[in-house]
Design a protein around this ligand. Structure first.
Ligand code: PMV
Length: 318
């Protein structure tokens, strides 16, 4: 009745922002992401006759997250399941726009499925993870992943394996604390108040077509252009929400400027930013050292992390 799984966060290049169904946590738009390799979350789930579920995150009790974890376990193992002791260990900050919930829930469903021998297929597990955190569904798969949105539920398609197009990501950490507004609350606020929200949703399919084609042709310039455009559109929707949802700080903007200067010199790199102040610079392997040097030298950058692309969630020995 015990199993462990590991998963990595993913970074969306065409982003998810907005829900079509809050109850089922179904996204309003499709998205396209890359799964990382070196930022990792390991989840261990042990079902027993203990009286309540418990959750330890990086060695500390985490009651605030327990409700979401329990609901996700109900989906995988059924509501009549035994209670579970869940432990989570990660090698990167939580709740700071580094998609820690994506890797956590992806690993959780894989570990829980094994612990109770339910044998759900990968899409079913991805949909269960997606109920807890929309982006988590993508971390069930490796490399380049497209998530399609629909009223009947999400679909997932792996577009290319990590080795097919081995891009690298340099993450510039500009703040370590938790974010001011959770992504779920931010999305609801945007849908209710941003005058740009409807056109954001309406234009998403066009961006997905461009990004999907760029991945299939390994067309870096095209992927760069659509990713930056899509990211800035999402943040425009956030900024024009009432009250505004602003995750950036001065160093975030400094990183965008550093990346723009690299691009002007012909370096193959582009940025993306999620619900947090960190900047993710996507580049080719030969550009990593220069990109990392430029971001490390940007005022306000606390440190950088580098990751290649990695595989989807998988079982590991307990
Ligand atoms: O999965 P959630 O609810 O944490 O939402 C993630 C939203 C973004 O990271 C901003 C975009 C994305 O597609 O990952």
């Amino acid at each position: 009745m015990q199993a462990s799984a590991e998963a990595q966060p993913n970074i969306a290049l065409v982003k998810y922002w907005g829900k079509r169904d809050r109850e089922r946590n179904l996204p309003a738009v499709g998205s396209l992401s890359i799964t990382l390799a070196s930022l990792r979350t390991r989840m261990t789930v042990r079902f027993s006759d203990q009286p309540t579920d418990t959750l330890i995150v990086n060695g500390q009790e985490a009651p605030a997250m327990l409700g979401r974890v329990s609901r996700c376990l109900d989906l995988v193992a059924g509501r009549n399941r035994q209670r579970a002791a869940v432990t989570s260990d990660g090698n990167f900050p939580i709740g700071a726009g580094l998609a820690s919930s994506a890797s956590a829930f992806a690993a959780l469903v894989v570990a829980a499925d094994e612990a109770v021998h339910t044998g759900h297929d990968r899409l079913t597990l991805a949909r269960m993870a997606g109920t807890a955190s929309g982006s988590a569904a993508r971390s069930l798969y490796g490399g380049f992943v497209e998530l399609t949105a629909g009223d009947g539920g999400i679909g997932l398609t792996p577009l290319a394996a990590p080795a097919d197009w081995p891009l690298e990501v340099v993450v510039a950490i500009t703040e370590e604390g938790p974010k001011p507004v959770g992504s779920g609350d931010g999305m609801i606020r945007s849908a209710q108040t941003s005058p740009f929200y409807a056109s954001w949703v309406e234009r998403q399919e066009a961006d997905l077509v461009v990004a999907r084609t760029a991945v299939s042709n390994r067309d870096f310039a095209s992927l760069a252009a659509v990713s930056e455009h899509n990211c800035l559109k999402m943040h425009s929707v956030m900024w024009t929400s009432r009250p505004p949802v602003v995750y950036w700080n001065e160093a975030t903007i400094g990183c965008l400027e550093a990346i723009r200067l690299l691009q002007a010199k012909g370096v193959p790199v582009f940025f993306t930013i999620d619900a947090g102040p960190q900047v993710k610079a996507v580049c080719t392997a030969d550009a990593v050292a220069g990109v990392r040097g430029a971001l490390d030298a940007t005022p306000g950058v606390l440190r950088t992390l580098v990751s290649g692309l990695g595989e989807g969630a998988r079982l590991v020995p307990s």
